[in-house]
Design a protein around this ligand. Structure first.
Ligand SMILES: [Zn+2]
Length: 281
């Protein structure tokens, strides 16, 4: 087959970024490029896929987006969730430019005006989490790592599904169904969610160091997690939470109303997601 003479016009990386975790938990990524991951703009197909709310929900759209725009990452499913959040912003930058315009209606005077969000500024606010302090418990060191994009997506889906079940049960309880039966169904629904959370937790415990050895065996770690006090589970959860999500202030923007005689100042919470990017683009 002849080489397509148009190849040289295909999209190229528009920016290079480093990951918040510096790839520490993803040894499959080529470590020589870890500080400069090339990020290409979205194709038309990427954009269309992202606008489909169903595929957004199951996270598959995000995974195919990373495959398309960050080809140097071999398996986007294994990306740490926080790295995925940063890369998603970088893809938006590569596609739409450094600023995103958002329209906001002043809560005081009802006037609508545009304000710009600097994506570069947001990217620089991501924390470095290449070192994660272990949790100490008696003479153990419990080492945790950020959960993967895949497991966070899976848990979110299950929670949504369970929420639907609970709402369903509530609707049914209006027609005088057997209360004991309803209580049983509630319980089993919550139990499933709880079990999923424990699974997520066990994925994030990467190693437990005892005085004698480093335990990495999944079965042994899971058995340990099932037999420790709830307070320790809470501590592990808190520590994982810190390295899972981007900091809350990344979604907060200061808005000053440009209308003379108003000048109202407020903080707007805005989740940067494909939907508000598509409005801006
Ligand atoms: Zn105003």
């Amino acid at each position: 087959m002849n080489e397509n003479p148009l190849t040289k016009y295909f999209r190229k990386p528009a920016i290079y970024v480093s990951l918040p975790t510096k790839g520490r938990f993803n040894p499959e990524i080529d470590q020589t490029i870890i500080d400069e991951i090339g990020v290409m703009p979205m194709t038309a197909i990427d954009e269309i896929t992202l606008r489909n709310p169903d595929s957004l929900l199951n996270g598959e759209a995000m995974i195919s987006l990373f495959k398309s725009c960050c080809p140097s990452i071999p398996n986007p499913r294994n990306l740490c969730n926080i790295d995925a959040e940063a890369l998603f912003l970088a893809i938006s930058y590569a596609t739409y430019g450094k600023e995103v315009t958002h329209t906001h209606k002043c809560t005081k005077c009802d006037n609508q005006s545009d304000f710009n969000i600097d994506i570069n500024f947001l990217l620089n606010k991501f924390p470095d989490i290449d070192v994660v302090e272990p949790i100490m418990y008696e003479d153990l060191e419990i080492h945790v790592k950020p959960p993967s994009l895949e497991s966070v997506t899976r848990v979110a889906l299950i929670q949504l599904e369970e929420q639907r079940i609970v709402n369903n049960i509530k609707t049914q309880s209006k027609d005088d169904a057997d209360e004991l039966e309803l209580a049983k169904r509630f319980y089993s629904s919550f139990e499933r969610v709880a079990r999923q959370n424990v699974d997520l937790l066990s994925e994030t415990v990467s190693m437990i160091r005892t005085k004698e050895a480093d335990i990495t065996d999944r079965v042994q770690i899971n058995e340990f997690l099932a037999n420790i006090p709830a307070s320790l589970v809470t501590n592990i959860n808190k520590s994982v939470e810190k390295i899972t999500r981007k900091p809350a202030e990344l979604n907060k923007f200061n808005f000053v109303c440009p209308v003379e005689d108003c000048g109202h100042k407020e903080t707007i919470s805005l989740e940067m997601n494909p939907i508000n990017f598509s409005v801006a683009g």
